[in-house]
Design a protein around this ligand. Structure first.
Ligand code: NAD
Ligand code: 6OD
Length: 491
């Protein structure tokens, strides 16, 4: 599935182990150039219905009856095959997102493979509970639980880390024996389509993995999330989309796991290793052009080191080189779309209206050649914003951050927690007691200390408040994608 300028990639729905014809074509843009590089086909209700039927048949058929060891072997083969076709996945991800080659090479594609290995292992190594009990007649009974898949699981994924975030849900769902139907983001369908090819190549039973393409409301997303044949929805995306999905899922009472938006805070104490804090938080704020749900868009810095920290961040931001994904030294890609660039630039203007001092950036970089029409924005740093400004409260999802001084630990904690979101925080200090105390006080799902986005896939991952519902990772994923049946045997 090589992209080329002459031949546009065709991305069809994948149902019951086959790429099927049908659906309305729509364009997929390369954000680094603004050019159309592929055509995808929007699944209508009939295609979504067929996907649900195929998934149900898989659960009731070969896939549902398969031994755990065979299931694990197949999932390991999926991981192997992603690695064998590494360059194709890499180029597909780059074409859809415009992200730098080095980033996709080191993060997105390896994590796609790792997700399958981790959950193939997790499902084999988890026990279920057992209790021996006394019975009223003076005898005994034994209770034990067996895990069963939920059935048909819908996976709705976003555009920022397409393969990574989609496989983060698909792998545990399939490890538990569910059949999945993925609806990837309409902006980034290519690596999900490639995964369909991989599923066929490894001999995955038909219907265990399906893909429907399209949009959210009145399209494949809504048809899937409101479908009575779907038992569970696992979703990553914006909080307001999560809210719409929750409504669609309510009439048929589906299980839900939601990883939603964030407005993450970082706190830098004066005793922190300042070089490490600057390097770590510049990476956190600007990686993937700020389009990481965990990125700190608010950084609270203890006043004695404020100026030094701001100067360090400015330096790092100005060293970033925007450009085409394969160009030498490029480490800043575009944002995902013209529309998203408009939103980010709108916040750049708003921050100024709200009284920000622009330390660096604030606009669009001047690029030449093919990148001139790409959706680039400058990495941007603000000071002087009130913690209450909209630019400090609303998720922007671009390469930007506000840096705000504080004097007391309690003040930093209060400002960090003063948000409707609660996804992640990043605390920088060399004082171990403070690291623990402040991390524990954060109203978030994940708090990193002297690091950011350091992931052990066995740990709980998810958001507090409006950043999510539930936890995934390791046994937390297995617990969501399976349900125990208790068996009570009177002895
Ligand atoms: P989005 O919510 O716009 O879209 C996500 C997916 O939902 C897409 O596939 C989209 O087509 C689908 N969708 C949209 N409306 C729908 C509807 N009514 N019914 C069913 N499906 C629908 O999100 P996005 O713009 O793709 O991604 C960016 C957002 O995702 C940011 O808010 C970011 O914080 C969040 N995010 C969160 C995490 C996390 O782990 N918490 C991870 C990555 C991204
Ligand atoms: O690393 C992960 O498992 C994960 N879910 C990361 C989310 C990143 C958000 O953009």
């Amino acid at each position: 599935m090589q992209a080329s300028k002459a031949v546009r990639r065709e991305i069809r729905n994948f149902v019951g182990g086959q790429f099927v014809d049908g659906g309305k074509p729509f364009d997929i843009f390369d954000p680094a150039t603004g050019e159309v590089h592929a055509t995808a086909y929007e699944a209508d209700r009939a295609i979504v219905d067929a996907a649900v039927r195929a998934a149900r048949a898989a659960v009731n058929g070969e896939w549902g009856e398969m031994t755990l060891s065979r299931r694990r072997t197949l999932l390991m083969r999926v991981a192997d095959r992603i690695e064998e076709r590494f360059d194709e996945f890499l180029e597909a991800e780059i074409a859809d997102t415009g992200k730098p080659h080095t980033l996709a090479h080191h993060l997105d594609i390896p994590r796609g493979a790792a997700n399958f290995r981790v959950f193939a292992d997790a499902i084999a190594n988890l026990s279920t509970e057992a209790f021996e009990m006394d019975t009223p007649d003076g005898g005994k009974a034994i209770n034990y639980a067996v895990r069963k898949p939920l059935g048909v699981v819908a996976v709705i994924s976003p555009w920022n880390l397409p393969l990574l975030l989609m496989t983060w849900k698909v792998a545990p769902a399939m490890a538990c024996g569910n059949a999945v139907i993925v609806k990837p983001s309409e902006e980034t369908p290519s690596t999900t389509a490639l995964l369909g090819e991989v599923m066929r190549e490894v001999g995955m039973p038909d219907g265990a993995f399906n893909v429907v393409h399209g949009f959210g409301p009145d399209s494949a997303g809504e048809f899937l999330t409101s479908h009575p044949g779907v038992r569970a929805i696992t979703f990553t995306g914006e909080t307001r989309t999560g809210s719409a999905i929750m409504k669609a899922a309510a009439p048929t009472v589906k299980a839900l796991s939601f990883e939603l938006g964030g407005k993450n805070a970082a706190i830098v104490f004066a005793d922190a290793d300042m070089d490490a804090a600057v390097a770590g938080l510049a990476r956190a704020a600007f990686l993937n052009t700020g389009q990481v749900c965990l990125a700190p868009e608010r950084i609270y810095v203890e006043r004695p080191v404020f100026d030094r920290f701001v100067a360090g961040m400015k330096d790092k931001a100005e060293q970033l080189k925007p450009g085409l994904p394969h160009d030498q030294g490029v480490d800043l890609g575009p944002v995902i779309s013209e529309e998203h660039r408009g939103k980010v630039l709108g916040y750049y203007a708003l921050a100024v209206e709200e009284g920000a001092t622009v330390i660096t950036g604030g606009g669009v970089p001047k690029l030449s050649g093919a990148a001139a029409n790409g959706y680039f924005v400058e990495p941007t740093i603000w000071t002087g914003l009130s913690h209450d400004a909209r630019a400090c409260r609303e998720e922007i999802f671009g390469p930007c951050c506000a840096i705000i001084p504080f004097d007391k630990e309690e003040e930093a904690i209060r400002m960090a927690n003063d948000s409707e979101y609660g996804l992640a925080s990043s605390i920088w200090t060399t004082n171990l007691s403070r690291a623990h105390r402040v991390s524990k006080a954060m109203e978030v799902g994940i708090s990193w200390v002297n690091c950011w986005f350091l992931r052990d896939l066995r740990t709980p991952f998810g958001g507090a408040k409006m950043s999510g519902v539930g936890r995934e990772g390791g046994e937390h994923s297995i617990n969501f994608y399976s349900e125990p049946t208790n068996i009570c045997i009177k002895l």
